[in-house]
Design a binder for this molecule. Structure first.
Ligand SMILES: NC(=O)c1ccc[n+]([C@@H]2O[C@H](COP(=O)([O-])OP(=O)(O)OC[C@H]3O[C@@H](n4cnc5c(N)ncnc54)[C@H](OP(=O)(O)O)[C@@H]3O)[C@@H](O)[C@H]2O)c1
Length: 284
């Protein structure tokens, strides 16, 4: 049986790390993108790229040709993510492609009624007889670069509604290493792995690290939800972003993700990276 793996979300933050580590392991895989030409340019000619879009079922058949496993990653900032991913999961089930490694999120099951999509997908993987592995990473260390670059470099702030809660920020390279290991080894069937970095830190701690690394004073104003919502509106963000992000950050402010796991090291043999080291790579 072929061991070819389809990597969805391959051009994104986690996906690029998964591709890097699968390549290092000499695994057989192909990557999915809505813009295959652009992706092929980015990754080079030694990586196979296929056109794929969750909302376009006509792209599914070609994408899974010869594939026996799927790395499944849903795009961020989509309240409708469960609806977006369902048709592809139904298609995989019908094709009897049951080995799926899914990226959920740490604390997804503690979100209450607001952001339920990861839990709905996890439940579907279980109920429909998939041979799943669910990875539940903590907040990414790279969020500071990817989502807060201007706040940090131009305004001297890191601006989220995380209160005084703590979280084990994780390096996406470690998520990629875990995913590539799970995809290329046995013993991970029907497992759920919560993935964190090595230390619990608050946003105040992160601001102190950012100040050290950038050599400028970076402040965490610890805004209220009202202040944050107002600031995003003034900056022209679409209306749905503030409630989405405040729900996500309530996991930290409500102390629902203030724990560490040793799954990165147990699965990969590598100690997870410190936030400080990621910030040095991203901001120095
Ligand atoms: N940020 C965090 O702290 C955090 C923590 C835990 C879990 N997560 C979860 O991680 C996921 C996001 O991962 P990420 O940050 O790596 O995402 P990302 O960098 O935004 O990349 C998203 C990827 O999805 C692909 N994509 C977007 N829309 C698509 C569509 N309609 N059909 C097919 N592919 C599509 C894009 O590829 P193309 O443009 O090439 O098609 C891109 O490669 C979310 O599910 C989020 O809940 C995030």
């Amino acid at each position: 049986m072929s061991e070819k793996i389809l990597i969805t979300g391959a051009t994104g933050t986690i996906g690029k790390a998964v591709v890097k580590h699968l390549k290092a392991k000499n695994a057989s895989f192909l990557i999915a993108s809505r813009n295959p030409e652009e992706a092929a340019e980015k990754f080079g000619s030694d990586i196979n790229v296929v056109k794929f879009e969750f909302e376009d079922i006509s792209t599914f058949e070609n994408a899974v040709d010869g594939v026996s496993k799927v790395f499944l990653l849903g795009p961020p900032l989509r309240y409708d993510l469960a609806d977006v991913l369902m048709p592809f999961l139904d298609f995989l089930k019908a094709k009897n492609i049951l080995e799926v490694v899914y990226i959920s999120a740490l604390g997804a099951e503690k979100m209450g009624d607001t952001l339920t999509f990861h839990t709905i997908i996890e439940e579907k993987l279980k109920a429909d007889g998939f041979d799943y592995t669910i990875l539940k990473p903590s907040f990414f260390s790279q969020n500071f670069k990817n989502y807060e670059w201007e706040n940090i470099t131009q305004r001297g702030i890191t601006y989220v509604t995380a209160g005084e809660g703590k979280v084990g920020f994780i390096d996406v390279d470690d998520i990629g290493l875990v995913a590539s290991t799970v995809l290329t080894s046995t013993g991970h069937s029907k497992k759920i792995y919560e993935l964190t970095g090595p230390e619990l830190l608050s946003y105040q701690d992160a601001a102190t690290l950012l100040s050290e690394v950038t050599g400028k004073q970076i402040v965490y104003p610890n805004p209220s939800i009202e202040e944050y919502t107002k600031a995003l509106k003034a900056a022209g963000a679409p209306d749905f972003i503030a409630p989405y992000m405040t729900s996500v950050y309530s996991l930290i402010s409500d102390h629902k993700v203030n724990f560490l796991t040793n799954n990165v090291e147990t699965i990969t043999g590598k100690k997870p990276s410190l936030l400080r080291d990621v910030l040095i790579a991203d901001f120095k």
